[in-house]
Design a protein around this ligand. Sequence first.
Ligand code: B4P
Length: 182
Amino acid sequence: MKKHLLFLGPPGAGKGTQAALISDANSYLHLSTGELLRKEIDSDTYLGKQVKDIMNKGELVSDQLVLEIVKQNLDKDNNGWILDGYPRNLSQVNSLNDFLIKINQPLELVFYLDIPDEILIKRLLLRGRKDDNEETIKTRLKIYKATTEPLIEYYKSLSLLEYINADGDLKTISDEIKQKMA
Ligand code: B4P
């Protein structure tokens, strides 16, 4: 069973949803940088104040900041982990690679959750989080295509990539992920 996983895909593909299901089922750590940043905003911390406007506009927060969050959380004892929403660009990939070498926990599998734009736009508008309005979604998608999408080819070249059709019901998707992790 693979223990060190990464979920990649556009906003609204269901990375957070599936990562929660799989991590609960296996007692893995679910590390969502988006969720951790939102908690900082809700608690009105110094960090939260720094990232609030950036996230509400749908832009990426600084690489250094998310790296610190990832290091703090991944360094703890765990049964396995799922990275959800990190890395999001090549610079974050390089920092992650360095850190994983240091803790001797190499990435074993990357799930790419693929979904057509029109479906994810509908999903996000329905969810209605603060950053789920039409303008912000457009920005998030544009940034995803320019900076995150190239990561698919990178992980494919390392033979770590597994393709998942994320346009389906929750159980069908999680069953496919579980099967591929086994
Ligand atoms: P994230 O929190 O990562 O959010 P996301 O990409 O929008 O969501 P995800 O794909 O996880 O979708 P979800 O399961 O929720 O990022 C938010 C922001 O944080 C970024 O814009 C950025 O500002 C910042 N950030 C985070 N990480 C960063 C990093 N590394 N570097 C810099 N900045 C960073 O699903 C969406 C909706 O679809 C839900 O309502 C869900 O219920 C529904 N859904 C899921 N699966 C479904 C299915 N199979 N069928 C129907 N509906 C489904």
